[in-house]
Structure formats: structure tokens, C-alpha cells
Design a protein around this ligand. Structure first.
Ligand code: HEC
Length: 99
């Protein structure tokens, strides 16, 4: 009885992890949030965009908030339909544009 509760919980935790963290094969314990963001970009975007800095410069908006909103809207229909993936990629690209 205890066992089944556990397996459900750990399955849910696993699913959350896989959805949010495409790089989970590295193991949760060793991956930092910033590295996970970069990995998410690599896994979802790098096959077409080899240089993240190049697209980061094309994001329109005067403030970080404007650029975030613009990018979030764009990515919802551009290879990042999953909000968890989008959040990581947006965070990552913002670190490249923040001055
Ligand atoms: C299958 C190839 C492909 C993948 C995967 C892809 N892109 Fe793109 N992306 C393109 C192409 C082609 C363009 C240029 C034409 C266009 O605007 O659609 C582009 C344009 C862009 C632009 C510029 C939009 C503008 O305003 O000019 C951004 C930003 C961008 N991609 C971000 C991303 C991010 C972030 C990811 C990962 C979640 C991603 N892309 C995944 C092919 C891809």
C-alpha cells in the first residue's frame, strides 16, 4: 500500500522533471539552474540556432519585461509550446541580452 503511493509520487516527480528539464540525463543533483536553462536552449533550439547570442540580439523591446513578453508570445508558436521549456529558454536568452 505504501509502495503504490510512493511509485505514484515518484512518477509524478519524474514526469515534472522530464518536462521541465530536458537535460535530466545529467541528473538533478549536479545541474545548476543556469546550466539547465542553457541545456534547454541547446536541446530545443540549437539545431537551428547555433548561436544563442545572435537571436538574443533580435528580440524586440526596450526593457527586459518587454523583451520577455515578446519572446514568450513568439515562442508559444515557435518550437517551445511547452510553458516550462519556454520559461527556461526565455530566462536563458535574457541573461544574454541583459546589460
Ligand atoms: C526547426 C528549426 C528551428 C528551431 C528548432 C527553432 N527555430 Fe527559431 N527560427 C527558425 C527560423 C528559420 C527563423 C527565422 C524565420 C522566422 O522568423 O520564422 C527563426 C527565428 C527565430 C527568432 C527571431 C524572431 C524575429 O523576431 O526575428 C527567435 C528569437 C528564435 N527563432 C528563437 C528560437 C528559440 C528560443 C528556439 C528554441 C525554443 C527556436 N527558435 C527553435 C528556425 C528554428
Amino acid at each position: 500500500m505504501n509502495g503504490s503511493t510512493w511509485s505514484w509520487r515518484s512518477w509524478a516527480a519524474m514526469a515534472t522533471c522530464v518536462a521541465g528539464l530536458t537535460a535530466s540525463f545529467f541528473g538533478e543533483a549536479t545541474i545548476t539552474p543556469a546550466l539547465a536553462d542553457a541545456e534547454t536552449f541547446r536541446a530545443n533550439c540549437a539545431k537551428c540556432h547555433s548561436r544563442a547570442a545572435t537571436i538574443a540580439r533580435q528580440i524586440k523591446g526596450d526593457t527586459v519585461d518587454q523583451r520577455k513578453a515578446q519572446l514568450d508570445t513568439f515562442l508559444a508558436t515557435h518550437h517551445a509550446e511547452d510553458p516550462a521549456v519556454r520559461e527556461r529558454v526565455v530566462t536563458y536568452l535574457m541573461t544574454l541580452t541583459a546589460k
